[in-house]
Design a protein around this ligand. Sequence first.
Ligand SMILES: Cc1cc2nc3c(=O)[nH]c(=O)nc-3n(C[C@H](O)[C@H](O)[C@H](O)COP(=O)(O)OP(=O)(O)OC[C@H]3O[C@@H](n4cnc5c(N)ncnc54)[C@H](O)[C@@H]3O)c2cc1C
Length: 377
Amino acid sequence: MGAGPFGLSATAYLRNKGVAVGIFGEPMSFWRDHMPAGMFLRSNWAASHIADPRAKYTLDHFKAETGARFNQPIPLQNFVDYGNWFQRQVVPDLHREQVTGLAKDGNLFRIALADGQTVRAGRVIVATGIAPFPWMPREFTLLPPTHATHSSDHRDLSRFRGQEVLVVGGGQSALDAARILHGFEAKVEVVAKQKVLRWVGRNAWLHHLGPISKCLYSNYDVGPAGISRLVGFPNLFRRLPRDLQDRIGRRAVRPAGTGWQRPYLAKVPITLNRQVASARTVGEKVHLRLSDSSERVVDHVIVATGYRVDAARYRFFSPAIQQTLQTRSGYPVLTRGLESSVAGLHFVGKPAAWSFGPLLNFISGANFASLELLRAF
Ligand SMILES: Cc1cc2nc3c(=O)[nH]c(=O)nc-3n(C[C@H](O)[C@H](O)[C@H](O)COP(=O)(O)OP(=O)(O)OC[C@H]3O[C@@H](n4cnc5c(N)ncnc54)[C@H](O)[C@@H]3O)c2cc1C
C-alpha cells in the first residue's frame, strides 16, 4: 500500500526476487500535494536516490535519460518527476486506487479498494507515509482552517502574497515556508520555541577529511558525525537500550534548516525561545499572545510543528487488526522483517522508526527497509 519512495523501492526489490507484488496508491502524492512549490530537498544527492536492487534508477540515470537539469539542493518538482519516472520504469502496472479497508481473512488479508473491488494477499506492506499524522499544538486546532493551517496543507503559498503570516516552528518546513512566503512579499515572522536556530551543513569541513569523514558519516545523510554511522545500522541500533535509542533518535532528527537558506531569511524576523500561549480569531484576523506576553495580529498562521505517528488513525484497518496491532507511543512495534504483531502485516517509512531508528524517516532508509522485507518474504 503506497507509491512513495518506500513503496516503490520495496516493490522493485521484491519483484526482483520473484515475489508477486501488487502495488496501490497515487505515485509521489505526498510530495506533490503536501509540500510547497519552491521547496528544495533537505537530503543531499547521495541520500535522495530511490533504492532499487541494481542501482539502475538513480537520480543520475533519471537526468541522463530524460535530459532533466538540476543539481543539489534538489528542487521539489524535479524530485516528484524523478519519483514518477522511477514508477514508470519499475512498476508500470501500479494501481492508482486507494486502499479503503484491510481485514484478516484466515491466513490471507482482504483488501478493499476505493473502486469497490476486493483483492487478497498473503502479506501487506503499509507504505502510506505520514500524511495522516500532521500534528499541531492544541491552541491552533481550535482555530478555523481559514485562519490556521498545518504546513502540509499547502502546495502553493502564493495565495498569501502581501499578507501577514506567522509561521510556527524552527525546522526545515517552517524555514522553507518562511523563505517562500518572503519571496511572495508576504510579511512573515517565524516563532519557534527553541533557543537557537540550527543549520545543517555548518560543519561542512568534517565531510572533507577523506577516510576520517567516512568513519564519521554514512551516505544516508541522517544525523551528525558519529550518530550518522550508528543509525546506518538499524539492526544494531535497535539493540541499544530504549532510552539511548530515543535520545539518539531525537538528536538525529532535531529541527534544523539547511544552511544555504540562511541568507534568504536575513530579512525575515525570527523570534526564538517563545511559544504561542493563546490564539483567537477577531474578524478576518488572528490575534496571538506569545509566552513573553507580546501580541501579534496576522492574517494567517502556518503551523509547521511536524508529524506524530498514531497507528489508531489508520482508517483502513479492521477493528480486529487495530486491536491486535501492538503499538508504543503510537508507533507499531516491529520485529525483523519490519513485521508487526499482526502476522504478515509490515510497515515501512516513518512508522517503522520507533523500532528501527531514525534512518526509516528518510528516503535513504528505503534500501534497508526493502532488504529487510526480503528477509521475511
Ligand atoms: C516538508 C518535508 C520535506 C521532506 N524532505 C525530505 C528530504 O529532503 N529527504 C528525505 O529523505 N525525506 C524528506 N522528508 C521525509 C519524507 O516524507 C519521507 O522521506 C518520504 O516521503 C517517505 O516515503 P514513503 O514512501 O514512506 O511515504 P510517502 O512519500 O508519503 O508516500 C505515501 C504513499 O502512500 C499512498 N497512500 C496513502 N494512503 C493510501 C491508501 N489508503 N491506499 C493506497 N495508497 C495510499 C500515497 O498516495 C503515496 O503514494 C520530508 C518530509 C516533509 C514533510
